[in-house]
Design a protein around this ligand. Structure first.
Ligand code: AMP
Ligand code: ZN
Length: 116
């Protein structure tokens, strides 16, 4: 599985630096965002390193598929019975700051204003 030794999410996925994990299996890890934007704000992260969807290979696509299939179970475990929002920032205009693909999972309140 691809990894980048300078990438903070690769280090979290490998257990080399601490995180507040809420879910983990052999393909993905989910942990609490350090700067939460909602009462529940978790990052769902494929364990292989790629920065954006444009750089995703077949293995990465398998991991993202698995993430999407697993998110309902992660959300249920977090008590998000009222729903949740997923956000995937891609590149500069979207404000992506960590260049390892991740899915923001937000919920725990009515999320209010949206851009879509
Ligand atoms: P993005 O702007 O989509 O790249 O999101 C990156 C997210 O990662 C931000 O919401 C940060 O708060 C979060 N973040 C950065 N470093 C960590 C970390 N070590 N543990 C948890 N969340 C982090
Ligand atoms: Zn990485």
């Amino acid at each position: 599985m691809k990894s980048d030794e300078n990438c903070i999410f690769c280090k979290i996925a490998a257990g080399q630096i601490p995180s507040n994990k809420v879910y983990e299996d052999e393909k993905i890890v989910a942990f609490k965002d350090l700067n939460p934007q909602a009462p529940v704000h978790v990052l769902v992260v494929p364990k292989a390193h790629f920065a954006t969807l444009a750089e995703m290979d077949e293995e990465g696509a398998e991991l993202v598929k698995h993430a999407l299939q697993t998110i309902p179970r992660i959300a249920a475990g977090l008590g998000l019975s009222g729903g949740y929002r997923l956000i995937v920032n891609q590149g500069e205009d979207a404000g992506q700051t960590v260049h390892h693909l991740h899915i923001h999972l937000l919920g725990g309140k009515s999320l209010g204003e949206k851009i879509v």
